[in-house]
Write a protein that binds this ligand. Structure first.
Ligand SMILES: [Zn+2]
Ligand SMILES: [Zn+2]
Length: 249
């Protein structure tokens, strides 16, 4: 299983940047996890978008879905060009709520919507996928994803505050992609559905994850500062997200 970081910034992309999106490739599946602002531009460095097998969306905040509309439009044009079968819409797996957002996911012949909830279990090619609702504020669901393939486990933590119960979901992760929205110096006094870099590292350490990829970062954070803060609280391998970073499990 290979993960490519297509976007990792939040709440908006910096120069030549992109907000969250991750390409996961196995022998028989090419999956896009979230589709933020600028993600399609980076995806095209690695593969044509019409060869994707599925899109999975954690939740409907703009930083995670900004490029979905242009993905739909692009797929439709590639169907007209003959690059993709018009009878094969791209499956989009995403929360059912809020309705106003979910209703926009079916698009002509280009995309088909399949609602997910915490009990949903998917198999796409050689990847088994489970979902966990995270502590992310406003009442609408946000789902983390656990992807297992050929004995390797990738957990994508989506957006999450400290109230998420990861026990039994992320413990055996070979790689935990976890948000570290704040540095200790930028962390607000009250919790707001996000983690700091330190909290992400402590979480991964406590769960015994083999490696951690810190993501969901403000674009002006210096990579060395994020790495220093994370590695002080985690003994396993700690990566800091950057555009185009590839990790193989
Ligand atoms: Zn969010
Ligand atoms: Zn976000």
């Amino acid at each position: 299983m290979r993960v490519t970081v297509l976007g990792f910034q939040s709440p908006y992309p910096g120069p030549n940047g992109a907000t969250p999106g991750y390409l996961v490739e196995t022998e028989s599946a090419r999956l896009l996890l979230d589709c933020g602002s600028g993600v399609l531009s980076v995806l095209n460095r690695f593969m044509p978008l019409y060869e994707l097998d599925a899109l999975l969306l954690s939740h409907y905040h703009h930083d995670h879905i900004a490029d979905v509309g242009v993905l739909q439009y692009g797929l439709m044009v590639h169907q007209i060009f003959g690059d993709r079968d018009p009878n094969q819409p791209l499956p989009v797996y995403a929360p059912a709520l809020p309705n106003t957002e979910a209703n926009r996911l079916p698009y002509k012949q280009a995309t088909a919507f399949f609602p997910v909830e915490e009990q949903t279990k998917l198999t796409i090619g050689d990847v088994a996928i489970d979902f966990l609702r995270t502590d992310h504020g406003n009442g609408d669901p946000c789902y983390a994803m656990r992807l297992a393939s050929k004995g390797k486990v990738l957990v994508y933590g989506a957006d999450s505050g400290p109230g998420t119960n990861w026990e039994g979901f992320a413990n055996d992760a070979d790689l935990f992609i976890c948000e570290g929205t704040y540095l200790e110096r930028t962390k607000p006094k009250t919790a707001n559905g996000h983690l700091s870099v330190r909290q992400a590292a402590e979480l991964a350490e406590g769960l015994g994850c083999r490696s951690l990829l810190i993501t969901h970062l403000f674009h002006t954070y210096r990579q060395e500062e994020v790495e220093k803060e994370a590695s002080a609280y985690m003994r396993g391998t700690c990566h800091v997200a950057s555009i185009g970073l590839q990790l193989t499990l």
